[in-house]
Design a protein around this ligand. Sequence first.
Ligand code: FAD
Length: 494
Amino acid sequence: TAPGAPLKVAVIGAGPSGFYAASRILQLLPASSDLGSRVKVDMYERLPTPYGLVRYGVAPDHPEVKNCQHKFDELASDSRFNFFGNVSVGTEPPSLSRDRLSSYAYPHALHIPLPDVAAHYNALIFTYGASLSNPLASVSGSTSTDSPLGNVYPALAFVGWYNGHPAFADLNPDLSTIKDVDVVGQGNVALDVARILLSPLSALDKSDLPQNILDALAKSNVERVRAVGRRGPAQVAFTTKELREMVKLGVNFSGVDAGLMTQAKEMAKGDRPRTRMLGLMDTSVDVPGGKTFELAFLRSPVAFLPDASNNVRGVEWAINELVESERGMIARATDARETSVAQMVIESVGYRSEPIDGPSAIAPFDEKKGRLNNDGGRVLDNEGHVNGAYAAGWVARGPVGVIASTMQDAYGLVEALLEDYGEGWPDRPKGSPIPVMPEAGVPEAIERGLKDGTVVDIPRWLRIDAAERELGKKTGREEREKFRTVEEMLEVLG
Ligand code: FAD
């Protein structure tokens, strides 16, 4: 790279991986250093608000997990960093699936094609996460079919709703009509959903759950939540910590069928954490008159069953057996079936990413793996590394891993980026979609949006943040009262 060449980085997606990547670059290249004085990091986010799933996914009763928001405050004071919120980069969110809710097209956002962004930077970091839910396409009545039943929700939407994500503001499930809930899946998200539905309100009123959600929960008649897995107790995806929290919640929990447990303990022999988890699963808690949490195993949904109003009334399950395979123990359906009673079903079978730029030369997407094609954070096309393109977090690794893992990804990626930059961006072909010498300034659309107020920069976000805190004070909330819609956020800005 020519001496004096700038390092202009666009980070796309303001979740934890974006923040960790941006802050790592600025930390490794202090402003007082030669290169540090030539670095610019601009972060693009399609919501007016930063933090991604830390604000809109992580359970509201886990405020300690949200501490990484402080990174933003640190970054916000570095003049080399910009935040461009309310800007959706790439092709407009297509209705890729009938998730119902992921087809929300961010109507208030500025939409800007990826190449328009790329022209102004010599490095792009994709950290745009996983905004769709995995389909249960073969299950009739599921949200990924043409005729979804009422009161069936993907966990992504349900979690988004209770966390106040603007795309899910209209979900409004009527919990007063619900007694039994089946959650399909046994990951940490399934347990989050169960905990929120079963927690006494007093355990939630210090959280940042919006007031309308607390009101909806206050009217709830949910008595029983069941998390159903396709495999056995030895294969659950949630952690001991998450199960312990559930067991300590003060709900009835009747443990696991003895036969299944014996088999599971045999499988987990030598695996201490798993054995400890099974020990915990083997306990039972009796709270007379209390709500109930249940775990069910070796069941895969076949059909969600409708009542007369086309709301779900139950689930038909295939009963599975465990079979050994190269991939470990897998579930195989037998011919046996059973039916459960549930007036609400949450499909909690994982999230997935989407391509940001169609069949892109800059952001090649691996449809099979459901993530950007990358090797250790370097984005790859058929020819090898797309020089200048990097990825971290859920869009790079697939929708697995906690915040700490996104930090590891981001740190690794920044190392790769600085190595490539130090080597003068080797092999970047002429006419590469990501230039070695970027155009000055920011894309014209951003300049306009900054002037007309569509783009939410740091001072504007700080105004929204302050208004939420102020509203929280008025309604007696500990931290804030989140705005439910983008209109409400933009209204604060006048
Ligand atoms: P995200 O956090 O999803 O951020 C991506 C950002 O990109 C979003 O803000 C999105 O709006 C934005 N974006 C998307 N598309 C575009 C676009 N086209 N243009 C501009 N911006 C775009 N981890 C823990 O450590 N502890 C927990 O307790 C925990 N609980 C969780 C609970 C739930 C329900 C879920 C779903 C996850 C939980 N996680 C938890 C995992 C954690 O949230 C993730 O590891 C982490 O958020 C992934 O970060 P990310 O930056 O890759 O993606």
